[in-house]
Design a protein around this ligand. Structure first.
Ligand code: DLZ
Ligand code: SF4
Length: 517
């Protein structure tokens, strides 16, 4: 039977209000969803991430069917499954002969490039609609960024606060007369403060079936599939988010940057994966968090910090991604070419901060922003690891990662590979930063106070070595003036010893095999 239009829905477009479903006629249109091996393996995604997406897709398809929508759903283990989006569309066009195909723009440039070939390849008109699940459209962002040499998040964020009215007073001033409360958000976790557990869910029958499938097909990928506790429906995701608001939001700000031994989630909400797959709506999330401030259950430093992540940073990186792709991914401003060390795929290293951050990534497909930026990211920056390898790792191992959000955060923010377009300075730090924000060093075989010798914290020599190696590129950056002043005061003999120490360490790094998954 022929149909009017196909609505082709991707695994991170699981929102009933997504633009590709607008105007859908349940009598005449069909929604197509496809589990395809290419999406599971273009990087070797963490098994928990694959299970989350496939299970959420199946639950979403069931919700659509319950609403009377005709859904054509192709499972991964369907013997005729071609394994790719294009292949599945070709087969589906043969099944239904639609008059047209409607899609929402994807979250990755790679998929957009593929989408743009569909109309010719399939001989069916393809309408690509904008993704309006964001506060700022691609066009509005491009307009805002026009003429700015280096767009800055803080300026963009203020515009977004004014535009949306979040945390604004009626007179147009920001609540509390300050835009940003970050200086209050840098506390260590005290010994007597116990963070709550995030809300988890027992796998139902649909999820169990997906878990078996993922175990058999992708069990060899990096990461533990079980215990699987993620929400897989919008209703569950909302419960997980409400649980965060009740149990953690009030202290989210204070301990936002803290890290602690064997504490995986601290006061973080762990909802990035739900937002990015479409199970949660960023507008509702920001409204709920603002309400907590207005009704006095959470302080301004927590609420502003949280809203900034969603209204500011998340929107900003998406804007940069679409503005700068595809060239953005190709830059390598610091000329970093070293292969990714093997321990990124095992967590097996004596450096406790890395082993903690990677170990929990393996267990949870999650690490918080400071673990990503200042531990695994900082190490990759200081050691000069090739940006493409680092980006592929982040994209694979985090359940919330799609390229639109992963690439600017890793390539730009953590690795400075864009030469400072996104962030005004590299986030290079010695072991001192990690010691200040965590108790990791107390459990480490290395001594964070030492720079030279067998037991010295490797971050220290790597940090000075990085400054030395990048001196020509970075010394004129006003935000790097202090570290370069410190370097200038160092004895030449000490500088030479640091160089040798760093070189020895870097030579000893075992590279990962080409495709560790
Ligand atoms: C990440 C992912 C995975 C693992 N599997 C699928 C899938 O089988 N089918 C699907 O439609 N989407 C999947 N996704 C999400 C896509 O990779 C994502 O939609 C694109 O990368 C664009 O953001
Ligand atoms: Fe990490 Fe160095 Fe601290 Fe060990 S001593 S946990 S390597 S910062």
């Amino acid at each position: 039977m022929s149909v009017d239009s196909f609505r082709f829905l991707l695994g991170d477009q699981l929102s009933h209000g997504v633009s590709s479903l607008a105007g859908l006629d349940p009598e005449r249109d069909v929604v197509l969803m496809a589990e395809v091996v290419e999406e599971c393996t273009y990087v070797g995604h963490h098994p928990k991430k694959i299970a989350f997406i496939l299970s959420a897709m199946r639950h979403f398809a069931a919700e659509l069917s319950e609403r009377g929508v005709r859904v054509d759903y192709v499972k991964l283990d369907d013997p005729d499954n071609s394994g790719s989006f294009t292949g599945e569309l070709e087969r589906a066009v043969r099944r239904h002969a639609p008059a047209k195909i409607v899609v929402t723009e994807p979250g990755e440039y790679r998929v957009l490039a593929e989408m743009e070939t569909w109309s010719d390849r399939l001989g069916v008109p393809v309408e690509i609609r904008g993704d309006d699940r964001f506060f700022c459209s691609r066009r509005d962002f491009a307009r805002w960024a026009e003429g700015r040499k280096a767009p800055r998040m803080e300026h963009f964020y203020r515009e977004m606060r004014k535009k949306t009215g979040f945390l604004m007073e009626p007179d147009g001033k920001p609540v509390g007369d300050r835009w940003n409360y970050d200086p209050e958000n840098r506390k260590r976790l005290p010994k007597d403060v116990s963070p709550p557990e995030p809300k988890g869910f027992e796998p139902d029958e649909i999820t169990r079936e997906v878990l078996d499938l993922v175990a058999s097909r992708f069990g060899h990928h990096f990461g533990d599939l079980e215990p699987f506790w993620f929400a897989v429906t919008a209703a569950q995701a909302e419960r997980a988010f409400s649980h965060f608001v009740k149990t953690a939001l009030a202290r989210f700000g204070d301990y936002q940057d803290a890290m602690a031994q064997d504490r995986d989630t601290l006061f973080h909400s762990v909802i990035g994966l739900y937002l990015n797959a479409g199970l949660l709506d960023p507008v509702k999330v920001c409204r709920r968090v603002e309400r907590a401030y207005r009704d006095g259950t959470a302080p301004i430093n927590a609420v502003e910090g949280y809203i900034r992540q969603i209204l500011g940073w998340r929107e900003f990186v998406r804007g940069i991604y679409w503005l700068k792709m595809p060239d953005y991914a190709e830059s390598n401003a610091l000329e970093a070419y070293r292969p990714l060390p093997a321990f990124y795929w095992s967590g097996e290293t004596d450096m406790n901060c890395l082993s903690q951050s990677i170990g929990q990534t393996k267990r949870q497909a999650y690490a918080h922003h400071i673990q990503r930026l200042m531990v695994t990211g900082n190490f990759a920056l200081l050691a000069g690891i090739a940006p493409k390898e680092v980006c592929a790792w982040y994209l694979a191992v985090y359940a919330d990662a799609y390229e639109w959000v992963e690439l600017p955060n890793t390539h730009g923010m953590a690795l400075h590979a864009d030469g400072g377009y996104l962030g005004s300075k590299p986030y290079a730090a010695s072991g001192k930063y990690i010691q200040r924000m965590s108790d990791y060093c107390a459990h480490c075989r290395y001594d964070v106070k030492e720079t030279l010798g067998e037991t010295a914290c490797p971050f220290n020599a790597l940090y000075w070595n990085f400054l030395l190696e990048q001196q020509a590129r970075l010394q004129d950056n006003p935000r790097m003036a202090m570290p370069y002043r410190n370097l200038a005061r160092m004895e030449p003999a000490r500088i030479e010893a640091i160089r040798q120490q760093a070189e020895r360490f870097l030579r000893g790094l075992e590279p990962a095999e080409a495709e560790a998954w």
